[in-house]
Design a binder for this molecule. Structure first.
Ligand code: B12
Ligand code: SF4
Ligand code: SF4
Length: 367
């Protein structure tokens, strides 16, 4: 089969690689297989019971997914404006990690679609994966010469660091492959010492049970210590990315009111449709907006002001039992449990009574 130069293919189809994008080629079949590594993460219980790629590692971690595929195109999108830094939000606000400030997967989908159209025109077989449970997106990054896997487990490119989203297109065409290049974190361990919860204590391995980013998208009850560690975050966590030196070449710092900050009172006042529409690109378990409200209550308790305290009080009677338990914790956290005690006792619901009893027992034991 004739080897095609990717640059020529793109040029002949009038495709320009947009700013902040890279496209590289990996030859298939590949000698690599990631299934075992994903299975090991499961066996070591690092995946916190998540489904995604962990549901079927034999397929998600398999590099040679399609007999017809002769190459894989690896596309990266650098979503971060290098001249911008994130601000800590003021009280009453919650923080959204950079990757979720807007639908940054959209440009990646759109550019992949442009390439797909050209492949269709040439009657080339293809299959695209972007943040899809059937494919481990990081698998070809190093072989494509795009960079390396850091101790944070993030894929890093020189000069860009970890601020990248990744797409893969399997194609039947034989494109000229790029060469793997040698990079390394060296003695750096800034991500490990910056992680607030110790989720990266074992280098190159992430313990999702300790990862804030995991908990903010988990349907499970968030442990008390993790609620504190979440701080003012509403969705995602960037601490292991922000601390990573290759992503820090800031030429001119532009401190602007960041889209990353969400007004928690507004969030608590939104109805289900409004919440799901506003954050349509977030991963929300079962598309249940109560998980966003839960995150807002936790961020509120860790970044409270008077208006927000009144709002939590107002919402207590209207919210679901699931959220009421988080509000009880929030009032306990800010030392104002007495404000809602009457509401709890008048509801006569055993779940709340047990929760408050648990908290009160601790208090009494101290006194
Ligand atoms: C599940 C998931 C999560 C989980 C678990 C993350 C994880 N590290 O596995 C949670 C919810 C915590 C999460 C968080 C985030 N995620 Co996420 N997530 C995924 C998803 C859906 C699957 C990842 C997966 O399969 N992990 C399996 C584990 C086993 O893989 P791994 O951690 O890379 O483990 C490898 C290393 O441990 C390595 N290894 C083991 N020993 C050694 C030793 C050495 C020396 C070396 C070099 C390597 C090595 O082997 C393992 C397998 O290759 C992918 C999308 C996809 N479909 O692939 C996005 C993806 C990984 N996430 C992404 C992003 C952007 C994030 C966040 C930055 C979002 C945020 N700001 O909150 C954080 C980053 C957290 C972090 N430090 O990784 C991007 C990452 C892009 C990049 N540059 O790497 C991806 C690829 C989505 C995309 N298409 O762009 N995510
Ligand atoms: S996303 Fe946050 S909690 Fe998770 S590993 Fe990185 S710094 Fe730690
Ligand atoms: S912070 Fe340092 S150790 Fe961690 S991924 Fe970045 S370069 Fe590697």
């Amino acid at each position: 089969m004739k080897e095609i130069i990717l640059k020529n293919f793109l040029k002949n189809n009038g495709i320009k690689i947009p700013n902040n994008f890279e496209v590289k080629v990996v030859e298939l079949p590949s000698k690599l297989d990631f299934s075992q590594k994903i299975k090991t993460a499961i066996a070591d219980n690092l995946h916190a019971g998540m489904k995604f790629t962990f549901r079927d590692p034999n397929f998600s971690g398999l590099t040679n997914k399609f007999e017809w595929a002769n190459s894989a195109l690896i596309i990266t999108f650098n979503y971060k404006d290098k001249n911008e830094i994130s601000l800590t939000p003021k009280t009453g606000y919650g923080k959204v990690a950079k990757f979720a400030e807007e639908d940054f997967y959209k440009p990646l989908f759109e550019f992949s679609k442009t390439i797909e159209k050209a492949l269709l025109k040439d009657q080339v077989k293809f299959q695209t994966f972007i943040d899809n449970p059937n494919h481990y997106d990081r698998m070809f990054f190093e072989s494509a010469g795009l960079g390396w896997q850091g101790k944070s487990t993030m894929m890093l490119s020189p000069g860009v660091g970890p601020w990248l989203l990744i797409a893969t297109i399997y194609v039947s065409n034989k494109f000229k492959p790029n060469q793997r290049r040698k990079f390394s974190c060296g003695s750096c361990n800034l991500c490990q010492i910056s992680c607030p919860t110790g989720a990266l204590n074992n280098e190159y391995k992430l313990d999702a049970k300790k990862c804030i980013s995991y908990w903010l998208q988990s349907p499970n009850t968030i442990p008390y210590n993790m609620r504190i560690a979440i701080g003012n975050r509403f969705y995602g966590c960037d601490d292991c990315l922000t601390s990573c030196p290759p992503g820090q070449e800031v030429s001119k710092i532009n401190i602007k009111a960041s889209k990353a900050n969400v007004d928690l009172i507004k969030i608590l006042d939104m109805n289900d449709n409004e919440l799901l529409e506003k954050f349509y690109w977030f991963y929300i378990p079962k598309r249940d907006p109560d998980f966003l409200r839960r995150n807002a209550i936790i961020a509120a308790a860790n970044n409270i002001n008077n208006e927000l305290e009144d709002k939590l009080f107002e919402k207590f009677s209207h919210f679901s039992s699931f959220l009421k338990l988080y509000i009880i914790w929030a009032f306990w956290r800010i030392g104002r449990l007495h404000r809602i005690e009457e509401l709890i006792f008048s509801s006569n619901d055993e779940i709340f009574l047990n929760e408050i009893q648990k908290l009160k027992m601790m208090k009494e034991e101290v006194l």
